[in-house]
Design a protein around this ligand. Structure first.
Ligand code: GLU
Length: 409
């Protein structure tokens, strides 16, 4: 099954079966509180007018404002954004930060737009949506293909339309334009903190071998961070394909090569591999850091890693989860492993509201303090109850959501 929202619902139901949760809770979380679809008219450079479809799904705000990124992707659709919004509710609850869950998407291939078209699209999305967002309502952020620069355009447009001067409606802005130190690397670094917290218990040696799928903000930084800590990143890939080198790649050199050649093909002394092959490499740790539905019923039996660290959202389907659990392969779930991004986003929001700018050291210390105890808690729960880490993480989130739930009369 590859409909991401159906997969998200199956994960929710899986956790509901193991724990004792009020029936209403699961029913409520199985749907979004509000879904907005907008049309964004954009004047293209050649003078023609094009219309783009955009979504914002506001899933749950019991614990704080809706929070989650905006994705620009040609395959974005409402079911994907619904799933991503539900995962954000779980992620903010797992992180125990004062935020709810939401997500946005625009159906567009941003690589096919000029910079000024991209700016008009970004501002147009905010014009269509601004009455439904705000520092205490819904706080969007970057996701796949959306950059700090795009957040700066969106934040500026929101300020002009609303008059709100806090800059706290969009996070992931550039440092110097209201952004936080540490936000750029936060998702990759948070993933490393989580990995480091569970590594020994997962039976993985320091300096182990890692394969990373995806070279966006998350995968690119993760490769550098793991390498800086003495791990051997043997494979990396972008959307077109990957490369493998048994004694380890230099992520910075790979990034540079990709920038110059727009592709990894031909990278010196490395073997070219497909994304499918990358997932099946014999490595200690597999890090999917691209899109959903990569590890499925079809290939899960061939995954040879000992541990999967999900830096993408939804890379493993429920069928694959079952196969991996039976095979004893630990999956550190997205809602824990990639929570570093939204945690530092929330610190950015706090800084904006207080009109402060914190030093990087302070931000990263707070990130670690927030994430590591949750990784410990989830590992413990999973071991005690002999359940997958994902189920344990959902249970932790559901407990917190249950206490935050407002009872209907
Ligand atoms: N898009 C990121 C995620 O999936 C970050 C969200 C945020 O910073 O609000 O968690």
């Amino acid at each position: 099954m590859t409909n991401p929202f159906e997969n998200a619902l199956r994960q929710l139901q899986g956790a509901a079966r193991v724990g004792e949760f009020p029936g209403d809770l699961i029913e409520k979380l199985s749907r979004a509180e509000k879904e907005i679809t907008v049309t964004i008219p954009v004047r293209m450079d050649d003078g023609t007018l094009r219309f783009f479809e955009g979504y914002r799904v506001q899933h749950c705000n019991w614990r704080g404002p809706y929070k989650g990124g905006i994705r620009f992707h040609p395959d974005a659709d409402i079911d994907e954004v619904r799933a991503l919004a539900l995962w954000m509710t779980m992620k903010t609850a797992v992180s125990n930060i004062p935020m709810g869950g939401g997500k946005g998407g625009v159906v567009v291939d941003p690589k096919a737009l000029s910079a000024s078209e991209l700016e008009r699209l970004s501002r147009g999305f905010v014009r269509a949506l601004w009455r439904d967002i705000g520092p205490q309502v819904d706080v969007p952020a970057p996701d796949v293909n959306t950059t700090p620069e795009i957040m700066a355009w969106m934040s500026d447009e929101y300020t002009k339309l609303s008059g709100d001067q806090t800059g706290a409606t969009f996070t992931g802005k550039p440092v110097g334009q209201g952004g936080s130190e540490g936000r750029g690397t936060a998702t990759g670094l948070g993933g490393f903190y989580v990995f480091d917290a569970v590594r020994e218990r997962a039976g993985i040696e320091e300096g182990a071998s890692i394969a990373i799928q995806g070279m966006g903000n998350v995968g690119g930084h993760a490769a550098e961070i793991f390498t800086a800590h003495g791990y051997k990143v043997v494979a990396m890939s972008d959307s077109k394909g990957g490369i493998y080198k048994e004694d380890g790649l230099d992520p910075k050199a790979v990034e540079k090569y990709k920038e110059e050649h727009r592709s990894l093909a031909g990278f010196p002394d490395a073997k070219e591999i497909s994304n499918a092959e990358l997932l099946e490499l014999s490595v200690d740790v597999l890090v999917p850091a691209a899109l959903e539905n990569q590890i499925t019923a079809e290939n899960a039996s061939r995954v040879s890693a000992k541990l999967i660290l999900e830096l993408a959202n939804g890379p493993t389907t429920p069928e694959a989860d079952e196969i991996l659990h039976q095979r004893g392969i630990a999956v550190v779930p997205d809602i824990l492993a990639n929570a570093g991004g939204v945690i530092v986003s929330t610190l950015e929001w706090e800084q904006n509201l207080a009109n402060e700018q914190w030093e990087e050291g302070k931000v990263l210390a707070k990130l670690k303090e927030t994430l590591v105890p949750q990784a410990d808690l989830i590992w413990q729960k999973a071991t005690e109850k002999k359940i997958p880490l994902r189920v344990a993480a959902f249970m932790v989130a559901l407990d917190r959501l249950a206490s935050a739930q407002v009872q209907e009369g």
